[in-house]
Design a protein around this ligand. Structure first.
Ligand code: AP5
Ligand code: MG
Length: 208
């Protein structure tokens, strides 16, 4: 099973991806994580990506598509794309090098997103928290390392990221809808576990 996780910044793609990857043994490929690893490693791709990410814009398609194409040629099993494709060009390119079975769209009210993103705290181990659930703690509950905030998780960049999503990424909802490959989970104010319950229902039905 090859799936795409679609959703606005802060919709919960990364949160659900971790749960889905574990339950369904899918390889999780996050273009945002790949770019952040490149920025940390000081690579040429990282240097290029940083200016776009800091501005809340999309990293150029040719760079992004090459990275994903490269990753997908290395794997034989099912995969889950988180944050790719992000516009119609990327979706059409993806169709040339991979077969997508399902696009899972996480639908969250725009008004919840800013608080979620600006309150997010990350750990190098991959864990993610919201300040409201940390009770003042600054270390990761899983590995004890100090938590940090993503550089693009500030109100100004988040505004630009949401605009980019609405203009360039949201048309993918109808792109996959027209192909009968779309399943939307209306997340409302559900907790991550409740959202995962809905995701499991969709995926189990799809697999059968
Ligand atoms: P990327 O890393 O993909 O960021 P994003 O799409 O903006 O999404 P986020 O990672 O911020 O949110 P998420 O949906 O994963 O939510 P999460 O689960 O963490 O991309 C970053 C940048 O890289 C882009 O802006 C772009 O510049 C570049 N880029 C990436 N891909 C690209 C591409 N294909 N082409 C070009 N450029 C590209 O949850 C968020 C918070 O909410 C957390 O605190 C979490 O704990 C909390 N939360 C999650 N679920 C719930 C819930 N149900 N209830 C309450 N809180 C919740
Ligand atoms: Mg994410």
């Amino acid at each position: 099973m090859n799936i795409i996780l679609l959703g606005a910044p802060g919709a919960g793609k990364g949160t659900q991806a971790a749960k889905i990857a574990e339950k369904y043994s899918l390889l999780h490929i996050s273009t945002g994580d790949i770019f952040r690893a490149n920025i940390k490693g000081g690579t040429e791709i990282g240097k290029l990506a940083k200016s776009y990410i800091d501005a809340g814009k999309l990293v150029p398609d040719e760079v992004t598509c090459e990275i994903v194409k490269g990753r997908l040629t290395e794997i034989n099993d099912g995969f889950m794309l988180d944050g790719f494709p992000r516009n119609l060009f990327q979706a059409q390119e993806l169709d040339k090098f991979a077969k997508i079975d399902l696009c899972l769209n996480l639908d969250v009210d725009d008004r919840l997103l800013l608080d979620r993103i600006c309150g997010r705290r990350m750990c190098v181990c991959g864990a993610s928290y919201h300040v409201s659930s940390l009770g003042g703690k600054t270390a990761c509950e899983k590995c004890g390392k100090e938590l940090y905030q993503r550089e693009d998780d500030n109100p100004q960049t988040v505004g630009a990221r949401l605009e980019t999503y609405n203009k360039q990424t949201s048309p993918l909802i109808s792109y996959y809808g027209k192909q009968n490959k779309l399943a939307t989970v209306d997340c409302g104010t559900m907790s991550p576990d409740e959202v995962f319950g809905c995701v499991v229902k969709v995926l189990d039905k799809f697999i059968k």
